[in-house]
Design a binder for this molecule. Sequence first.
Ligand SMILES: [Zn+2]
Length: 292
Amino acid sequence: MELPPLLHEWFQWELLRDNWCTRLHQNRDDLEDAIQKVARMLIESRYAVAFTGAGMSVESGIPDFRGPQGLWKTYNPEVATLSFFSKNPEQFWKFAREIGDKLLKAKPNPAHKALAKLEKMGYIKAVITQNIDGLHQKAGSVNVIEIHGNIEKFICMFCKVVYDIEYVRKKLKNDAFPYCELCGGPLKPMATFFEEKPPEDAIERAAEEAKKCDLMLILGSSLVVEPAAQIPRIAKRNGAKLVIINMEPTWFDNACDIVIHERVGLVLPKVVKYVIRMTKKSRLSKLLDFFS
Ligand SMILES: [Zn+2]
């Protein structure tokens, strides 16, 4: 029987909707299941660490670099290279003024807070971050290793004297870029630029944590920047279990035990919730065992 065109379309639409709803529902079940597994892994871990990237701060209003809305869609990445800075500190500081305020005014989001809570509860021992925004510390994380430095301190390119942010703020009121009081050299944020080596002591400490851990949560990082991306590889080589939570697929997904393509700000608070629920339950069952 031939259906009238309108009815035919309607049936098609129904079919599509059913299919879509089932898929959505299934995906949601899979997601909850995966989140519960992560919570269980954290509870059973001996030494868990987190490795975080730009995806962690996107929900705080800080654009990531390479994503679809990333910073490098608006700006030429050349602006954050050491060679560009050496030749055009003025140009760099124009860019820095535009994004700096956003960075400094940003507030920790639910993902930062959940991670800080997991550290407080004793499940996360260290946070290794590629981010320079200081939001982990603002959220309450204590053992934070900033492998790309931060934007709280500034160094003179000539004599290497270090200045704090207040000095830079004062200078920026009147000058095109902040310069050194002693030698007049341009000041550069102590965040790692392209073509620049990340701070060696931070990388070493991060590598130590990666060797020590038996579980690593990779959060909001597409793992494309070296040598940062070698940190999860070290953990993997040393037998750690790996969980990756990132919006987009990464080349490293196949090496991970759990892969979740979702917002970290949605997933991590749920992990905390399940950890609390599971540990309460196990305490209760121990108590019941004791009395039986
Ligand atoms: Zn100087």
